[in-house]
Each structure stands twice: as C-alpha cells, then as structure tokens.
Design a protein around this ligand. Structure first.
Ligand SMILES: CCCCNC(=S)N1C[C@H](O)[C@@H](O)[C@@H](O)[C@H]1CO
Length: 631
C-alpha cells in the first residue's frame, strides 16, 4: 500500500476517468446500509460483496441514528461507523460515503432527526438559520471522525456526497448547497472528491460548481439520454451512475417490487462498456428494524415495509441470489474478481407453531409505559411537541355528554398521523387511518373514557413538501362537538419490553380474547441447530415484535406484501436458554394466537386467510399450508 502522502483519488478530465494513485481506475460499487444490518453480520455481508467482484461499498450516514437528542451522540454497537469503515477496509473495499444531511433511503424522515420539528416553523433542507445551525453542529462532530479515513490520509474513503438528490426537492436553495460545500471543504480539506447525485430531472437544482456531478437511474431508463444530459454538467471526467437500481422498495399494501436479472445485467454491461463507474443500489438491502422505516407521499401516505430486501443481489438474510451470480459474471468481463467461491446461503431454522399467551391489553400497563404521567392540554399536541420521536402515544379524554345513538367520530383535515386505534372505556371501537379511513361511529355515556392510541408509521423520507408532524394534528370531533381537555401519554414500550424480556409475564386471566392494542408473549428454547429464521404470524393483523428485547420491526399481515419478518440468528439463544418473543397486536388476533418460524421468507403475498404450517414429521419441512376455518 503506497504511503499516505502518495495516495490519491482524482478525476482525470483529459481521459474521462478516475485515477487511483495515478493509475486509471473505475469503481464497481454496491450499496449496503450498516444501519440495516446487525453489527455482528457486517463482515459477512462485506466479504460477499467483495467476492462478487465489487471494489467499493457505498453507504449513507443517517443523522437521526447518531444524534438522538440535540447534542447527544451515539456511535456505539450497530452505530459504530468507524468500525464499519474498518470492516470495509478489511474486506478490501473502498468507500463512497454519503453523510447527507438528508439521505432519503426510505429511512425515517430521510435521516433527519425528528427533534428538528420541535421548531415547528423550520424549513428543512434550506438555508434556514435554525436548520443550518443544527447541520453545522452535527457535521462538526461527524466530519472530523471521517478525516483520517479519507483515502489520501491513509483511509478507504475515496469520495463523499453532498446532500442527496437535492434537485428533486422543491426548495432549490443554492445558498444551502454552497453552505454545505463550504462546510465539507472546511472540515475535510480540499483533496477529497465531493460529488452530488440527482435523477436526470434534478440536475439543474442538484448540481453545484466545484462538486462532481453524478446521476442515478435504473435498468428501464434511457441511459444514452441521461448520460448525454450529464455531459452538459460534466463535459469531461468519468460517467458515474451513483444509484443503479437492482430492485426497488416495498410499501405496505402494495406488491413486492422486483427487477429482472436480464434487465439489471444488460444495463450494467452497457455502462461498464462505456467505462462508467457504477454503484448498484442496493447490493444488500437489509431490514428496517424498530420504527426506522420511512414513507412516501404519492397522493396517499405509503409507509415502507420492515423488509428492505429490495430484490437485491444479496437477500435480506444475507444469502447470494441468482442475480448476484449474474452480476458477478458481467463484472468479470471487465475487471478481475477475487478467486474463490461465494459463501453459500447460511443455515436456516424452523420452529413451531408456538402458542402466545395474553399478557394484557396495553391500557393495563399505562402507568409503567408512561411513568412520568400524562401531559395535559386543552387541544391535542403532536409527538414532536412532547419530544416523542417514534412509536406510540396515547391520547385520552372524557365524554362531556352522552351519545346514545351511533355518532360520527372523526379528525378534521386528515389530522390522524398516522393510525389511530380508538377505545371507549377500554373497548376497542376501530381504526382511523391517514388518507384512508376517516370516521367511526361511537356511542358512550357522559364521563366515558375515550382513549386513542396513535401510531407513528414513519416520517416521510421522500417527496415531503412539508414537515411530517405525527400524532393528532387536530382535535377530534364527535357529532358536532369538538373534543377538548386532552391527556397525552408518551409511551416507552421498548423500555418496558426490555424490562420484561428475561421474565415470563404474570399471565392476566382474560376470559375472552380482547381486541385492540394487546401484548402477547411466550418463551421458548431452541434445542436443534441454530441459524437465521423468518417469523411467520398467520392470522395476526398488525403490530410490533420484540425478540429477546430487540425491536424486530412492524408486521402487517393483513396488508402484506411481507408475511414474515427476518430474524437474524445472532438475536437468538440456542442450546436450551429460553428465548422470549413479545407482540403488541394493535387490532385483532387469530382464534388461536400462534406463530411460527419458517426457513424461507414470504415477501410477496397478502394472505387473507389463516394458515398454520405444520411440520411434516419425516422431512421437517412445512407441508402444504392447512387453511383454518373462521378466517
Ligand atoms: C418512490 C421513490 C422515492 C424516491 N427515492 C429514490 S428515487 N431513490 C433515490 C434516493 O437517493 C435513494 O436514497 C432511494 O430513496 C432511492 C429509492 O430506493
């Protein structure tokens, strides 16, 4: 490896190429997001990318993942960015780093921290002084950490992206982009290659003099036309596609997205023939654990699914797919790829069916879930106003008059952000949903308790023309009465589940199966071989899952398209130690509250029936699904 002072990565405009240490260089890169993969699996994924023939890895840095509160930073465990850079170096992968501040990526609020919205008038992604002050403060912490890792300083970072597809954002604020470019230069020096990425329609507002202009497009796009457009901004230098889509994202309630191998490899081959440098987005997608998914606004609010499989060459579970081998073959026609096999799919585990036991409805645990007690306000306030960034908040009021006939209950101006589970005196009444179900019909006596559990389904990560506040944005109306005098209970469910995790809960004796927000759980040993697995929740409706205290993410079996949740093996205990699974079911449980662990994912089906896969004794593989009556 050359000494640090002779190391260089530059644009050679005379020959339309990059030079690495003075020699012609073309990167063939893939995107992997460390924040979507448990740290213990980073090395495995990066090794498979190297063995696929890639020489670089591209990843974002989500601001909200590392600065949970203003001035509070977290770079530990699965947030240890430096450890990830080191793993990439060990895998012999150069790094194309994209620190934002906005990253899109189908990630919560596109990576921007929700606490920015505590200033309700802030103009995100502009030269708004409040926004720039927060950005400066964050980058003055982050960028110095990257400085030693810059390629010319002896590290593996060859280029850094400023903002993300800024040209697709309404503001088109060049003062903001120049501010970012100046900040990056001030903190990273003048040698590192800074670049921008935009779709063809975004180049006008997204590119900036002094930043190398790149584009993004997928297999179905007109490459010739887009690269010709790029040449208007970069007449010389290498052609770069920073996001060549190998698949696509999934929304709850829509079909699983897939892109054909032939289309992906045909476009890749054409770009490599042109001498272009390419980053494949995604090469390994991973998972939106916890509440970290983002959402899109396509006239409807569309939350992104928990799985970020992306139909990528490496599957969500880290397994090589036929697409990986096809891509590897194309790369091998243009540059040397490492000798040796691609590791085979990892062992998968099956278990169950297991019966879950009722722990109690959510309201039972309100005091523990909100130990500081409620916040009172005449009108309901948002999640951001009470500093609850993600998850759930309970809104409570009491009826000031009796409604003896079913009476319309609704929230004006589409003010449910995003889903409201409505209860009267603890009895589940139904769901109100953003952009969708706008009303219920309630009855209740004077003094009856009205509880509304509000679920934040993830803030808009793209196309947001305004800040995506969460909660009840308007006071609900019952009949002609605007309901006032609200108690807001911010809920810390994760803390409660983590506290429960080692202990089986005292079973509450509930004669009938309750509906509405309810906790179920069980403990179970795994005696056989370990491995990854896929949690299958047949007949359940929608909720959140924790395994051994780890928030695995959202399930929405009723909507699909994913019916299983990926469970990385390292989350589980083997050899007899008890594992604990906890579900918060928000709507309705199946007649038999069972779950199963399968050895294959189900990402593309919306089962409206209840299936329980029974292990056939001889083969230990799921027999044909048995359809249960009643659903
Ligand atoms: C519905 C498309 C949402 C816009 N996002 C687009 S075009 N993309 C570009 C964006 O830069 C990247 O972060 C990803 O968000 C990617 C889609 O996976």
């Amino acid at each position: 490896m050359p000494e640090a002072d002779t190391r260089s990565f530059v644009v050679d405009r005379e020959n339309d190429r990059f030079l690495l240490d003075g020699a012609p260089f073309r990167y063939v890169s893939g995107s992997l997001h460390y924040f979507r993969v448990p740290r213990v699996l980073w090395a495995d994924r990066l090794f498979k990318m190297r063995m696929s023939g890639l020489n670089a890895v591209q990843f974002y840095v989500p601001w909200n993942y590392h600065e949970p509160e203003p001035g509070v930073y977290n770079f530990n465990g699965s947030r240890d960015l430096i450890a990830f850079l080191n793993e990439a170096s060990i895998a012999n992968l150069l790094v194309i780093l994209r620190p934002g501040p906005y990253i899109c990526a189908e990630w919560e609020m596109g990576g921007l921290p929700a606490w920015l919205l505590r200033k309700t008038e802030i103009h995100l992604r502009t030269s708004d002084p409040d926004f720039l002050a927060a950005v400066d403060s964050w980058f003055k912490v982050l960028l110095p950490k990257l400085y030693p890792w810059l390629y010319h300083n002896g590290g593996n970072i060859i280029s850094i992206q400023v903002e993300n597809e800024y040209g697709s954002y309404k503001a088109c604020d060049f003062t903001y982009m120049r501010h970012l470019a100046g900040l990056f230069r001030a903190l990273l020096g003048d040698r590192i290659l800074l670049f921008t990425t935009d779709g063809p329609e975004g180049l006008k507002c997204g590119s900036l003099r002094g930043l190398y202009t790149t584009v993004d497009f997928g297999p179905a796009d007109n490459m010739t036309k887009i690269f010709a457009l790029l040449r208007k901004y970069e007449p010389h230098g290498p052609l770069v596609n920073s996001e060549y889509y190998t698949g696509w994202l999934d929304y709850w309630g829509q079909n699983h997205s897939m892109r054909s191998i032939s289309a992906v490899t045909k476009g890749l081959k054409k770009m490599l023939k042109l001498g272009a440098s390419v980053n494949m987005y995604m090469f390994h997608g991973g998972t939106n654990f916890g509440y970290w998914n983002g959402a899109d606004d396509k006239g409807r609010f569309l939350p992104i699914t928990t799985s970020y499989d992306y139909d990528a060459p490496i599957s969500e579970a880290g397994d090589p797919t036929p697409k990986l081998f096809a891509v590897r073959n194309v790369i091998s026609e243009f540059q040397e790829i490492p000798l040796g096999p691609i590791p085979p799919p990892s062992p998968k585990m099956m278990l169950g069916p297991l019966t879950l036991y009722l722990d109690g409805d959510l309201l039972t645990f309100l005091d523990i879930l909100c130990p500081h007690g409620p916040i009172h306000s005449v009108l309901p306030v948002t999640f951001e106003a009470v500093k609850q960034d993600r998850g759930f908040m309970l809104y409570r009021t009491y009826l000031t008059h009796t409604v003896s006939e079913p009476t319309q209950f609704w929230v004006p101006n589409n003010g449910v952000h995003d889903r409201a589970y409505v209860m009267v005196d603890g009895e589940f009444q139904g769901v109100l949903e953003r952009n969708m179900r706008h009303q219920l019909f309630l009855i209740g006596k004077i003094g009856a308790r009205l509880d509304i559990l509000l679920e934040n389904m993830g803030r808009l990560s793209f196309g947001s023309n305004s800040s995506d506040f969460k909660g009840l944005l308007e006071p609900p109306v019952l009949g002609q009465t605007v309901l006032t005098q609200w108690l807001m209970f911010p809920l810390n469910i994760d803390k409660l589940v983590k506290r429960w995790f080692p202990l089986p809960l005292l079973r509450s004796s509930h004669p009938q199966v309750p509906s509405g927000p309810t906790f179920y759980s069980t403990t179970f040993p795994i005696l056989g071989e370990g491995g990854d697995t896929f949690l299958f929740l047949p007949g359940w409706t929608k909720g959140q899952v924790w395994i051994n205290g780890f928030n695995l993410g959202r399930y929405w079996t009723r909507q699909g398209p994913q019916q299983t949740l990926y469970v990385p093996g390292p989350l589980l205990f083997f050899g007899g130690t008890l594992n604990k699974i906890t579900l918060l079911e928000l709507e309705n449980v199946p007649p038999e509250p069972k779950i199963q662990f399968l050895d294959k994912p189900i990402l593309n089906s919306t089962l409206h029936k209840t299936y329980i896969y029974s292990l056939s004794a001889d083969t230990q593989s799921p027999s044909e699904p048995m359809e249960l009556s009643g659903h």
